[in-house]
Ligand binder design. Structure first.
Ligand code: ES4
Ligand code: ZN
Length: 341
């Protein structure tokens, strides 16, 4: 892979910016050097053909063919997570690492169905994650929100059952938002209309987002807005194919959560320079920069900022604007937004 670096002065500037992350899968923070110990601790047998060492696994992670090729590894990784403390350890490792890169606020995804399908309760998953979120607020001054994602490759009936099992967690504000992830192209947004309708009845200020326009075309973004009534789009880079949609995103202030290193690793683009960030800036479409699945894609939030700088060489003013946009698009209250800016 190409090298994405910048000088120390710039790296320190980018590190010290008050960064918010809105597109981060907690299960995607499972580093190879935690995966094997957790498999051992929980007596989980990995598949026969799965790489046997950290080095072999890292090598395999360096050449994903596409989204599905990555997801096949990601779901095997999930299998080592069983106990509440596993989920806590995973999230806490992420928060400490991202803290050293200048993260201040994180809105993070998790996939309950990857765990409930193995007999792990949603309360165990959320219990561990929530405990890490509380500790991150107290000890690292990182605020956070949990976004529950539905897996689009699973049947709608299963998604509806997952929603029902999460109702109390939403009502008690342990969960803040609903998202939609996994294989995009074969499972367009319209399949999940009733799921989003149901979630919006949980309480009046539940937030809605969905992965769209990563491998799918611009119509996946439009349909997510029209049918799922989301107010944010995860990835969304293919929106630039549709000028009318671009105008709408700008007008309605729909933030795209762009993931530069992920886009390269999953071969959405060949190089970070191809991501249409300047087009988004020119069109007034808000976006944030995020790490997606940092343990799989080789970089946490600052690494993504550095990669963008290495290709776009933005002025300090543009960086300030990008950071302010990212704070503004966050789902925290105005008091927290003021502290961040
Ligand atoms: C994901 Cl990059 C990406 N896209 C869709 N679903 C996902 N789950 C975890 N990472
Ligand atoms: Zn994602």
């Amino acid at each position: 892979m190409a090298v994405y670096e910048c000088n120390d002065t710039m790296r320190n500037f980018l590190r010290d910016l008050p960064k918010c992350e809105h597109h981060l899968h907690l299960e995607g923070t499972l580093e190879p050097d935690l995966l094997y110990p957790l498999a051992q601790r929980n007596n989980v047998k990995l598949p026969e053909q799965f790489p046997k060492t950290v080095a072999e696994l890292e090598e395999r992670y360096s050449r994903f063919k596409d989204l599905q090729d990555f997801l096949d590894f990601y779901y095997i990784g999930c299998e080592v997570l069983l106990k509440e403390e596993d989920f806590f350890d995973l999230a806490w490792a992420y928060f400490t690492r991202a803290h050293s890169q200048g993260l201040k606020h994180a809105e993070v995804f998790f996939d309950p169905q990857s765990h409930t399908a193995r007999g792990v309760s949603i309360e165990t998953v959320v219990g561990g994650f929530q405990r890490a979120c509380v500790k991150a607020r107290l000890e690292l001054q990182i605020s956070s929100k949990l976004i529950m994602c539905l897996l689009r490759h699973t049947p709608v009936e299963e998604c509806m059952a997952t929603l029902e099992s999460s109702r109390v967690l939403f009502e008690t504000k342990q969960l803040h938002a609903l998202g939609l992830d996994s294989a995009e192209k074969p499972f367009p947004p319209e399949i999940f209309t009733e799921c989003y309708e149901k979630a919006s009845e949980f309480h009046p200020d539940i937030k809605l987002t969905a992965h769209a326009g990563e491998e799918g075309d611009a119509s996946y973004v439009t349909n997510s807005l029209d049918l799922l009534r989301v107010t944010r789009i995860d990835h969304g880079v293919n929106s630039v194919q549709d000028p009318e949609l671009m105008e709408r995103l700008a007008r309605e202030k729909v933030m795209l959560t762009v993931c530069p290193l992920s886009n390269v690793k999953l071969q959405v683009v060949k190089d970070v320079r191809e991501i249409p960030l300047n087009k988004l800036l020119d069109a007034g479409v808000p976006f944030s920069l995020n790490s997606d699945d940092p343990a799989y894609f080789g970089g946490y939030i600052l690494d993504n900022y550095v990669a963008v700088h290495s290709r776009f060489n933005w002025s300090l003013e543009i960086w300030q604007k990008v950071v302010l946009q990212s704070i503004e698009g966050s789902w925290c209250d105005d008091k927290r937004k003021n502290e961040l800016s």
